[in-house]
Write a protein of this length. Structure first.
Length: 132
């Protein structure tokens, strides 16, 4: 819907503003396709963004999809790259739930991350993780 598309546009703009200017138009090796998938070629940094308008952090299918994304992100980090994962959603409560899930999934892969939640505007919250 319109809110989902607005969140995708915000995530894509954020990716570009943080130096992730090369859009990856192919899916991840397992066929998964996040809403925003960009890289910073010179920095070897990956930006993966997903807009969550109709899904909650408790949604099993969304959890499984995010787990697959995190597996690829952590593989990239193990190979010397950097990675930022950002979930765009409409409430602070959901953003905190997504961040908790991100941190758990990253930890399960044997990595650490810095996480946060920021309110961008009314009904737009960004839950994010920088994976190391």
């Amino acid at each position: 819907g319109p809110l989902h598309e607005e969140l995708v546009e915000i995530l894509d703009t954020l990716a570009v503003l943080t130096g992730h200017t090369a859009e990856i138009v192919t899916a991840l090796p397992d066929g998964a396709r996040p809403d925003v998938f960009r890289v910073g070629v010179a920095s070897r940094s990956m930006f993966l963004g997903d807009a969550k308008h109709s899904e909650a952090p408790t949604d099993r299918a969304a959890q499984a999809r995010l787990e697959r994304y995190i597996q690829w992100v952590c593989l990239h980090v193990r190979q010397g790259g950097g990675a930022t994962v950002v979930i765009g959603c409409a409430s602070a409560t959901q953003a905190h739930g997504w961040v908790d899930l991100l941190a758990e999934l990253v930890h399960d892969e044997g990595h650490c991350c810095t996480v946060g939640v920021d309110r961008l505007q009314r009904l737009t919250y960004l839950g994010w993780a920088v994976v190391v």
